[in-house]
Design a protein around this ligand. Structure first.
Ligand SMILES: Cc1cc2nc3c(=O)[nH]c(=O)nc-3n(C[C@H](O)[C@H](O)[C@H](O)COP(=O)(O)OP(=O)(O)OC[C@H]3O[C@@H](n4cnc5c(N)ncnc54)[C@H](O)[C@@H]3O)c2cc1C
Length: 442
């Protein structure tokens, strides 16, 4: 294989990232095989009513461990306008009878099914084909892909591999001080499906991300009390006005000797359950490469979250960043990979990419950011999209989409569930017009 012209590409995973990666690779003329270990495409969006036998889900290799982390009632946290792909929008078309601006998970899954079919990607997907080991062969000799399917184990060689195995499956569970004193139940949101098991309980929800907010709200309808603990509550600590039984707390300080959950602000509660909504760990059990690690949830080294300098461009990762317009970010990353492989976009030298990664890490350290936030794009989320767009010769993110995303985040943090049904698209047009006017004045 020449450094920039792949002929065959394996994609690991047929979730949103794998599907759009396959489309972009096909568009660039590559021969694509998508390996998907489950029986369907759609990844996370294929709701699975089962949950892990271990409520914390700490061992992804445990018998019965499940991939999906969606709860039964889940509706998107972004409006459908932000959840499509270019040339294939979720906006303006109904896929599973749910036309709401913030649809339920079945609508998104049906959208991904239709995308796979209509883009022609479906014909390149092998279902029930689990990639067990990926390893580089000699220089220029491509990658060995060992996989297991219905007919047993097999090995094939590809020029390039794009890893799209998802990162919302293996729980990240913080170790609370004094956890050995805890006698109640605990679980991670990965295993939360419905609120009924929390009837009349006092529940401490750890984490104030989109899932934490949704789940706390849903549980509050049946629970006695819900306490949401987060380092981001700052001056909002106290009872939440719009709910009878929900409190915002600062971070959990410790579990006291008497088993109470004590918060940083000094209050303590006797709780039945601690529910961790604390995010996920990156996990690549099949990857057999040197000089590449997941260290405190930093995957790397990775040039702009996508290419490991040592193996670029034949190994790439699509879909690692979080806290952004996810599907747009994934699509732009996929397009960059496809173009680099076909020679229509260029990468710096291995040494320059490695230096760029080091510089990025150095800046994070200087700003006091923990390693585990390496792939969290906030607050510079739009810069990553703009940077990728520049690599493939496309315009930066539209102001309308940026405003819409930031408005959605603000809505989530109000804790008021009505935002999904009272969302006004016209407001976004007004905001955009205002921004354009300001630009003209400036
Ligand atoms: C609770 C929750 C709510 C969310 N809400 C939103 C939202 O509202 N809007 C939004 O844009 N995003 C949301 N997301 C983010 C969501 O993860 C992305 O939208 C997107 O689905 C990620 O796609 P992916 O392809 O990267 O991963 P996944 O969807 O996880 O797909 C990965 C695929 O890889 C397969 N796989 C894994 N390992 C192997 C292997 N070894 N061999 C073969 N196949 C393998 C899996 O079976 C799976 O099908 C949410 C996520 C969660 C968990």
């Amino acid at each position: 294989m020449s450094r920039t012209r792949a002929r065959t590409a394996a994609v690991v995973g047929a979730g949103a990232a794998g599907l759009v990666a396959a489309r972009e690779l096909l568009r660039e003329g590559h021969a694509v095989t998508v390996f998907e270990r489950s029986g369907r495409v759609g990844g996370t969006w294929a709701y699975d009513a089962r949950s892990d036998p271990d409520p914390l889900g700490l061992d992804p290799a445990a018998p019965g461990a499940v991939h999906g982390s969606l709860y039964a009632s889940l509706r998107t946290n972004l409006p459908r306008e932000l959840m499509g792909f270019s040339g294939f929008a979720l906006q303006g078309r109904v896929f599973a009878g749910d036309p709401r601006t913030f649809p339920g998970h079945r609508e998104v899954l049906a959208f991904l099914d239709a995308f796979a079919e209509e883009s022609g990607v479906a014909g390149h997907v092998r279902l029930r084909a689990e990639v067990r080991r990926l390893r580089p062969l000699g220089p220029g000799e491509g990658w060995s892909v060992e996989w297991r399917g219905d007919a047993g184990d097999a090995e094939e060689v590809f020029d390039a591999v794009v890893v799209c195995n998802g990162h919302c499956t293996v729980p990240l569970v913080p170790k609370l001080r004094g956890i050995e004193n805890w006698r109640g139940n605990h679980m991670h949101s990965h295993n939360y499906r419905t609120p009924e098991p929390f009837q009349d309980q006092v529940v401490v929800v750890v984490g104030l991300g989109a899932s934490g907010v949704d789940i706390a709200r849903e549980i509050s309808k049946v629970a006695k009390e819900v306490h949401i603990a987060s380092r981001y509550t700052q001056d909002r600590v106290g009872k939440v006005d719009i709910y009878q039984n929900v409190w915002l707390r600062s971070e959990v300080d410790c579990i006291q000797d008497d088993g109470k959950v004590c918060f940083m602000e000094g209050s303590a509660v006797t709780a039945d359950t601690i529910l961790y909504c604390t995010g996920y760990r990156y996990h690549f059990p099949f990857l057999d490469v040197d000089d590449f690690t997941v260290d405190d949830n930093r995957v790397g080294p990775l040039y702009n979250h996508v290419f490991p300098p040592k193996y670029a461009p034949s190994l790439s990762f699509v879909g690692l960043p979080s806290k952004s317009i996810v599907l747009q970010t994934i699509e732009m990353e996929a397009r960059w990979v496809a173009r680099v492989l076909s020679g229509r976009a260029e990468l710096p030298s291995e040494a320059d990419m490695a230096a760029a990664v080091q510089e990025h890490n150095r800046r994070m350290e200087a700003a006091g950011k923990p390693k585990r936030h390496t792939h969290v794009l906030m607050p510079g989320w739009a810069e990553h999209i703009d940077w990728l767009a520049a690599q493939v010769g496309e315009p930066p993110l539209e102001a309308r989409r940026r405003n819409m995303y930031e408005k959605a985040l603000r809505c989530i943090w109000t804790l008021d569930e009505r935002y999904r049904d009272t969302w006004d698209d016209d407001e976004d047009d007004d905001e955009q017009e205002e921004e354009e006017e300001n630009k003209c004045i400036a």
